[in-house]
Design a protein around this ligand. Structure first.
Ligand code: FAD
Length: 429
């Protein structure tokens, strides 16, 4: 029995590691980047890019919750209650993968999977190099796909960065930091804006950064001392839940309330009707994101300083017009501002709609009917056990690709449980 894993970011890498731990042999991990065990999140070399989860919650193993914190202390790269550099987390993942590789049961393939076929004899994965990999089971772990620029800006291509997480994108951000005389426009004000701003500042960018999003909401920072989660049983219906969050936040502060939701969030999401999910995405999501997915205190302090110094300006609104670098922003709440920008960087974060993802494998899976979008179009439709809905036997999906089914499945503490459960299922436990 062979299992093929497509994508060697956190999800795919840890799937391979867990399968080795469970005694599976014949595991193939296909990753298109130069090296696996990084993906979009941990490929960064920037010292300023920190994890946005405390070390004591970043273990790669669901059954060993302090594994990473102990590693970080042993390597001298951080405290259990601190926020370790993401490049150090990559080293941690690389170590876990190297240990698994030594078993001789795991084969790493550096290639891009571009198609998948399934019949009674099993699954065949087509590779960009022309090769094929046959397997009995396959796990889709393609993770986060780059998003799209939300507006045309009338800037030449060399003044636009579409994907600041690709190797070319990182190089382009640094080039812009070095050569741009005027102001820079960042589209998006979330976690990608935060990272990109730090990269620009560290690369010596001396101009002003204008960051724009519909609501202009910037992620909150963790406090130095983490607050204990409030133990509470949230109501199942969205309207009541939002009212209860507001009521309890007014009493106890929002941090313990939001932390206390964590153990319930997947069950809550799964219990919502599709209409409630849509309402959540339309109205509550931006607030949820900045309260739930926070940044390290030191990162928050730097962003606040840059704003105080006028080097970073955050605007709530939308691009109403743009020509030759002159942009008009219609402010949320009324009025407009005009700015001259020399270049722009897409900081809208990973793609939010599976049907718009520009990836041959995803397109082929959807076009062939082997997989379909979930009801909200966020990712692939999977069942409660992460099996891809459709005709292919033995096809699973992990991580952000399964957001439609589980919602809170983008960060390590949630994905590691899914990985463990799917690894057991795939191994017949
Ligand atoms: C910038 C950023 C920072 C983050 N920081 C944190 C954090 O601090 N803590 C936390 O818990 N979570 C963080 N996250 C959330 C992150 O989603 C998860 O932690 C986790 O890394 C997701 O891993 P993944 O493997 O599912 O996806 P990805 O990291 O996107 O990896 C998917 C991999 O699949 C490969 N791939 C895709 N398609 C193919 C194909 N057809 N053929 C071959 N290879 C393919 C890609 O090259 C990529 O390497 C962050 C996310 C981002 C984007």
């Amino acid at each position: 029995m062979r299992v093929a894993i497509v994508g060697g970011g956190f999800s795919g890498t840890m799937m391979a590691v867990e399968l080795v731990r469970l005694g599976r042999s014949e595991i193939v991990l296909i990753e298109r980047r130069m090296r696996p065990a990084q993906g979009m999140a941990y490929s960064t070399d920037e010292a300023a890019h920190l994890l946005n989860v405390r070390a004591d919650n970043m273990s790669a193993f669901a059954d060993a919750p302090d594994h990473f914190a102990r590693w970080a202390v042993a390597k001298g790269v951080g405290r259990p209650d601190g926020f370790v550099r993401r490049r150090d987390y990559r080293r941690y993942l690389e170590e876990q993968l190297a240990l698994a590789e030594r078993s001789g049961k795991l084969q790493l393939v550096r290639d891009t999977a571009i198609g998948l076929a399934a019949d009674v004899d099993g699954i065949v994965i087509a590779l960009a190099s022309g090769g094929r990999i046959g397997a009995d089971q396959a796990v889709m772990a393609g993770g986060n796909y780059p998003g799209h620029l939300p507006a045309a800006l009338g800037l030449p291509e060399d003044k636009l960065v579409h994907d600041p997480w690709s190797a070319d994108g990182v190089a382009a951000v640094k080039r812009l930091a070095a050569e741009t005389e005027g102001d820079l426009l960042l589209l998006g004000t979330g976690l990608t804006m935060v990272d990109t701003t730090l990269t620009l500042a560290d690369a010596g960018f001396a101009g002003r950064i204008l960051a724009v999003s519909r609501r202009g909401l910037v992620p909150h920072a963790y406090q130095e001392q983490g607050s204990a989660p409030l133990a509470w049983q949230p109501p199942a219906r969205l309207g009541e839940l939002m009212r209860e969050i507001r009521r309890r936040s007014a009493e106890a502060g929002w941090r313990p309330v939001v932390e206390g939701l964590r153990p319930h969030s997947i069950a809550l999401w799964r219990g919502f009707t599709d209409e409630e999910k849509r309402r959540f995405l339309r109205h509550a999501r931006p607030w949820w994101d900045i309260h739930r997915h926070r940044i390290a205190p030191e990162v928050g302090a730097r962003i606040a300083r840059l704003r105080d110094e006028g080097r970073l300006e955050v605007v709530a609104g939308r691009i109403a017009a743009a020509e030759d670098g002159r942009v008009t922003i219609a402010r949320r709440g009324g009025g407009a501002i005009e700015r001259e920008v020399a270049a722009a960087i897409n900081c809208t974060g990973p793609a939010g709609e599976i049907a718009r993802v520009e990836d041959s494998l995803i397109r082929q899976l959807l076009a062939s009917g082997l997989a379909r979008p979930d009801a909200l179009g966020l990712g692939l439709d999977v069942d409660a056990a992460s099996r891809v809905a459709g005709p292919a036997e033995g096809l699973y999906a992990l991580g952000p690709l399964t957001r439609g089914a589980f919602w809170e499945i983008v960060a390590v503490p949630d994905i590691r449980r899914q990985v463990r459960d799917v690894a057991r299922l795939v191994s017949g436990y």
